[in-house]
Design a protein around this ligand. Sequence first.
Ligand code: FES
Length: 102
Amino acid sequence: PKVTFRIADTDSRTIDAPDGTSVMLVAVQAGIPGIVGECGGDMSCATCHVYVEDQTGFKKRSADEEDLLELSDDLRETSRLSCQLKLSAATPEVEVEVPPHD
Ligand code: FES
């Protein structure tokens, strides 16, 4: 799948990633600023928060994901923890917006 990260309206990067990996891992490996993935995908840090407008092909938010997202600043309808977004043939092209960060 192709994952496009939009960073602060001005910058964007598109990365080819294999099936089975998560959007968080793709971002961390590519050094996308603003996606940290501190807990390594354990759903305990929320430093992998992103916005995804079109979530076709991804699982819906779980209750645990909801709980952790509630703690995030800038929560939106489209908020997701990117470590929970697994890439597959069902997600050939993904657009991800990186929340504002320092
Ligand atoms: Fe920690 Fe996603 S990487 S919650």
